[in-house]
Design a protein around this ligand. Structure first.
Ligand SMILES: C[S@@+](CC[C@H](N)C(=O)[O-])C[C@H]1O[C@@H](n2cnc3c(N)ncnc32)[C@H](O)[C@@H]1O
Length: 202
């Protein structure tokens, strides 16, 4: 599958643009200055690099080698640093309780792998750490603005909620939005998005 993403990222332009995801931008006010942020499936780095520009200590993971190279190039152009790991999240040695936030934007899996990765995300959060997540909803199959075409990879807000048992939800919703994220995500879309905070004793 990393070949699939290398192919998508092989043009010099940034497939999802070089600006952050709008939902992430709207929620970042919750993070404390200097927070340690893990960005999973960061692709070509638009979200991780922007978070580094906001002063956060960013670790980004993606298994596309081209994505990782483009992320490092974008960081260099913007004069910021972030730790980039080119690795498969299904086998990556996930840190435990090390991050003040995890950001997951349009990172889709089949259900079994999704719950595995979501459990790891939850464990990687320090107590009171934040999860900011956006995924395409099954209704996205009625739109042409991007996302997997496989129904099993699409996620309702209820499914998202069920994946994370140690979080308090500050926001958990699904609905129609407009994406203007490069040529990869363009137009009206239907997504699930949420902000959860790990319980203090979690
Ligand atoms: C739809 S793209 C989103 C990229 C980025 N989050 C963004 O919003 O610009 C999905 C990304 O997840 C990455 N990905 C998918 N499965 C992965 C896995 N098992 N391990 C690491 N990265 C993965 C792909 O390489 C790709 O960069």
């Amino acid at each position: 599958m990393s070949d699939f993403w290398n192919q998508k990222f092989s043009n010099p332009d940034y497939f999802y643009g070089d600006q952050p995801n709008d939902f992430l931008r709207s929620q970042v006010f919750r993070l404390k200055p200097g927070a340690r942020v893990l960005v999973v499936g960061d692709g070509e780095g638009r979200n991780g690099v922007w978070l580094a520009e906001q002063g956060f200590k960013v670790t980004a993971v993606d298994y596309s080698s081209i994505g990782c190279e483009k992320s490092r190039a974008l960081a260099a152009r913007r004069g910021v640093t972030l730790a980039t790991h080119c690795a498969d999240l299904l086998t990556w040695p996930w840190p435990v309780a090390e991050f003040d936030a995890v950001v997951s934007i349009f990172l889709h899996f089949l259900p079994e792998d999704r719950s595995k990765v979501h459990r790891r995300i939850e464990a990687a959060l320090a107590p009171e750490g934040w999860l900011v997540i956006e995924l395409f909803h099954p209704k996205q199959l009625g739109y042409t603005s991007g996302g997997p075409k496989n129904l099993d990879m699409l996620v309702t807000a209820d499914e998202l909620k069920a994946d994370f048992l140690a979080l308090n939800w500050w926001l958990l919703t699904e609905g129609c939005t407009r994406l203007t994220e490069g040529s990869g995500h363009a137009g009206m879309a239907y997504t699930s998005h949420a902000v959860g905070q790990k319980l203090p004793q979690g």
